[in-house]
Design a binder for this molecule. Structure first.
Ligand code: KIV
Ligand code: ZN
Length: 523
């Protein structure tokens, strides 16, 4: 039995990790990232050792193009991919966006299933087959590394899929991606599909096969692993499994399944697993998308043992209930860390232990907020510091920020909030009443930041135990077009945390609206 990650070995086959957090992940409802946030995530992914970063969909908007192009210009190790449909304009734009990359890739796709071809593309199979050859040929004239995807491959007729894959490889595709676009397949079926393609397509040995599985039935990771056993050597995945609808295969689960179960999955990845926890927190912070408590590998309960029987077993021998150590994915044990007398040097060391590498300005800002927190809170735990730094990262580029909030609450009513916001450098103050202190606070924000989003979720949880614990608040807004965004805020004062979360959500709503307007103009 293997109970800790296998050591890297020369004779294990490498599975390439293709991260699409910045493309498929960013497409997920509620998860918009700003330009700066995308840069930060791309740098982190590169440092963590992913092989390919899908940086975006360059034709979708000017913003997407600029982000892909900037990522191409800064990533040092990974291949940078840009997504394109089969049309000439898409492919040329993707080629232009990834042009500066040390290792550029164009990822082009077209639907191959009967339902997609008939109703979405309104094209006959022969026309689609022709487009496969044309699109890959055009992409290969721009870059040497071309990936072709058969959208909705798992619902495609096998004979037709074989013809498309063969045509794509003949035209120069070096990676063939077989997406389970609608999260419909099951592991045995996906295994058989990949095995069938590798056996029947005459030139199959000239390309790397790739899995791209969605999680609609909760099987994205299981299907990807089945694909690996059938010969796939690239897995497309996202941090925290974010992505369209139920999301994509979770990167951390793929990496740790391979690392932990070397006995049945004799492969390796280039990802530094000790950075997984931090990657999860970063992506959660910049998307404002909370991580489910019991999420495998990176959920806050993933290594918590509550029941007496489990705790007893753990005390006797950790391997009784732990198949991998928290440290192997970068989770440090909760500890009482610092207080108001701790200095800058200790704080810097603590951040390093927690896996943060902040620039001088970010560090100074975090230290000031740590001191303010330590003044109000007796015990400052690791989780408090993580929440504080993550909030700093999440709100660093927000155009509007909470400066001050005073609330009158209690039984005597009316509850009122006096709020000051920093809006692009200008301080604006307003007073509003409401049905309770949260309502009054949100009404004050609405007066200063008018918008037509409706509140779809308001959630509060405590970062640590105790009545002086920081509250972490999530606010989700939905606008008239069905666009959703999530904002988060943390503070020992629940109302201040609520105001921060609401302001963050409105900031995101504005970014999203700008992006959609640009995208509509471009497509
Ligand atoms: O899910 C899917 O099919 C995709 C393709 C564009 C690869 O995201
Ligand atoms: Zn997808």
């Amino acid at each position: 039995m293997t109970t800790s990650p296998e050591p890297k070995s020369e004779n294990k086959e490498r599975v390439l990790i293709f991260d699409t957090t910045l493309r498929d992940g960013e497409q997920c409802p509620g998860a918009t990232m700003t330009f700066e946030e995308k840069m930060e995530v791309a740098d982190f992914l590169d440092e963590m050792g992913v092989d390919i970063i899908e940086a975006g969909f360059p034709i979708a908007s000017e913003g997407d193009f600029e982000a892909v192009s900037a990522i191409a210009g800064r990533v040092k190790n990974a291949t940078v991919a840009g997504l394109a449909r089969a049309g000439d304009k898409d492919i040329d734009r993707a080629g232009e966006a990834v042009g500066k990359a040390v290792k550029p890739r164009i990822h082009t796709f077209i639907s191959t299933s009967p339902v997609h071809m008939k109703f979405k593309l309104k094209k006959e199979p022969d026309e689609v087959l022709d487009l496969v050859t044309r699109s890959v040929t055009r992409a290969r004239n721009l870059v040497n590394d071309v990936e072709w995807s058969a959208e909705d491959a798992t619902r495609t007729e096998h004979d037709f899929l074989c013809r498309c894959v063969e045509a794509a490889i003949n035209a120069g595709a070096t990676t063939i991606n077989i997406p389970d676009t609608v999260g419909y397949t099951v592991p045995e079926e996906y295994f058989a599909l990949i095995a069938m393609l590798r056996e029947r397509v005459p030139n199959a040995d000239k390309a790397i096969f790739s899995a791209h599985c969605h999680d609609d039935l909760g099987m994205a990771v299981a299907n990807s692993l089945a694909g690996i056993r059938a010969g796939i050597r690239q897995v497309e995945c996202t941090v925290n499994g974010i992505g369209e609808r139920a999301g994509n295969a979770a990167l951390e689960e793929i990496v740790m399944a391979i690392a932990t179960r070397g006995d049945v999955l004799p492969y390796e990845t280039g990802v530094n697993a000790k950075m997984l926890s931090r990657a999860s927190r970063l992506v959660s912070a910049v998307t404002n998308f909370p991580v489910q408590y019991n999420k495998a590998i990176v959920g806050r309960n993933a290594f918590a043992h509550e029941s007496g029987i489990h705790q007893d077993g753990m005390l006797k021998h950790t391997q009784t209930y732990e198949i991998m150590t928290p440290e192997s994915v970068g989770v440090s044990k909760t500890s009482l860390v610092m207080g108001k007398h701790s200095g800058r040097a200790a704080f810097r060391t603590k951040l390093k232990d927690l896996g943060y590498d902040l620039g001088e300005n970010q560090l100074e800002d975090a230290f000031t907020r740590f001191k303010a927190l330590a003044d109000r809170k007796k015990h400052v735990y690791d989780e408090d510091i993580e929440a504080l730094v993550d909030q700093g990262i999440a709100h660093m580029h927000d155009r509007t920020k909470v400066v001050a909030l005073t609330v009158i609450a209690g039984t005597m009513g009316p509850q009122t909030a006096t709020l000051t916001l920093d809006m692009d450098g200008d301080h604006k103050t307003v007073q509003a009443a409401g049905n309770g202190p949260v309502d009054a606070t949100f009404n004050a924000i609405k007066e200063l930041m008018p918008h037509n989003g409706t509140l779809a979720l308001y959630q509060v949880h405590a970062v640590t135990q105790g009545t002086d614990a920081q509250a972490e608040v999530s606010v989700r807004l939905e606008d008239e077009a069905g666009r959703t965004v999530t904002g988060r805020g943390a503070d020992t004062d629940t109302l201040v945390a609520s105001a921060r979360a609401y302001v963050a959500a409105v900031n995101k709503l504005m970014v999203k609206r700008e992006k959609t307007t640009q995208a509509q103009a471009a497509i």
